[in-house]
Ligand binder design. Structure first.
Ligand code: F6P
Length: 334
């Protein structure tokens, strides 16, 4: 599926640790499996760190065998568990983490997570001589330097399953629904879901919403009979639940939309075939990059090929939503 780079083996490792961090995403398990199996195939010992950076600080490391990752490729969530670790922003705290890794004879770490987790990975690489590789694991697909992230495809499909069901009741009652999807400050999930669901409108944090215009559009489609029911996909933005406020504003304009917040359902479930292949490839390739002497990089996807991107640029730049894709989402329902 992806073009894999040929990498020469230039160094060896005593032991590699792997952890999952931040919001979990479907596909983290096949990624962990990829790291563990590739390391063991190269004769390197592997440790699974429990509960992300918090577990690392607590020294909660477990030796991983081939059997530890048996029968997990199809499971959502992460067998290593995950956590958001605020204290990892402090340099003294990261120093403790480096000591934990070194005292266990570990000389490399693979971090699977979103932008906050990759920031932690970059700082660890800067502040130690450990080899560190990041893998993009988030349903948001908002990470600079990669066109895809582990879990995004599954989350899009989970939202579509829900929206297809909502359409049935929307149509029976001739109602409009505001369906809120995750994605924090980025509209990738909302735009993809909007296009794939044939949504009548998509609202994302990257572009301003004009409520009066939206209200007029809804009443116009009702009046002309063009769309007595419909789906408006709303990205949660900075404030999950903001869609209720939007519905209130539309009520004042004479509309009666219903609200459905999909929330954490989008983070769970069996990873799609696409995410399993993506995660397995990135997991296994992270070990190849380590053996080739790379560190302080993220392994991601560009133009359908596996690539390495300096973690420094991954965390410095913001991945922008393609305006043409967003326009397409709006155009297609006209
Ligand atoms: O980063 C992934 C994500 O699911 C975002 O889409 C969402 O805003 C956030 O995590 C929710 O985080 P938590 O599970 O900590 O509430």
């Amino acid at each position: 599926m992806y073009t894999l780079p040929d990498l020469e083996v230039l160094r060896d490792f005593n032991a590699i640790a792997v952890l999952t961090s931040g919001g979990d995403s479907p596909g983290m398990n096949p990624a962990v499996r990829g790291v563990v199996r590739a390391a063991l195939n190269n004769g390197i010992q592997v440790y699974g760190v429990q509960r992300g950076y918090s577990g690392l600080l607590a020294g909660d490391l477990r030796v991983m065998t081939s059997a530890s990752v048996r029968n997990i490729v199809q499971r959502g969530g992460t067998i290593l568990k995950s956590d958001r670790c605020e204290e990892f922003k402090q340099k003294e705290v990261r120093k403790r983490a480096i000591e934990v890794l070194k005292s266990n004879g570990i000389d490399a770490l693979v971090v699977i997570g979103g932008d906050g987790s990759l920031t932690g990975a970059h700082l660890l690489a800067e502040e130690s001589d450990l080899a560190i590789i990041g893998l993009p694991g988030t349903i948001d697909n908002d990470i600079f330097g990669t066109e895809d992230t582990i879990g995004f495809d599954t989350a899009v499909n989970t939202a579509l399953d829900a929206i297809d069901k909502i359409r049935d009741t929307a149509s029976s009652h001739e109602r409009h629904f505001l369906v809120e999807v995750m994605g924090r400050n980025s509209g990738f999930l909302a735009t993809h879901v909007g296009i794939a669901a044939g949504a009548e409108m998509v609202i994302v944090p990257e572009y301003e919403v004009h409520i009066e215009q939206l209200g007029q559009q809804l009443s116009e489609s009702r009046r002309t009979g063009k769309g007595s029911s419909g789906i408006i996909v709303v990205a949660e933005g900075q404030e999950p639940g903001l869609t209720y406020r939007l519905a209130q504003q539309l009520k004042q304009l004479g509309e009666e939309p219903r609200v459905c917040i999909l929330g954490h359902i989008q983070r769970g479930g069996r990873p799609s075939g696409h995410d399993r292949v993506l995660a397995s490839s990135l997991g296994a390739m992270s070990v190849n990059y380590l053996l080739a002497g790379y560190s302080d990089i993220m392994v991601g996807i560009a133009d359908g090929a596996i690539v390495d991107v300096p973690l420094d640029s991954v965390i410095r730049y913001r991945k922008g939503l393609d305006p043409k894709l967003f326009e397409l989402a709006l155009l297609l329902h006209k």
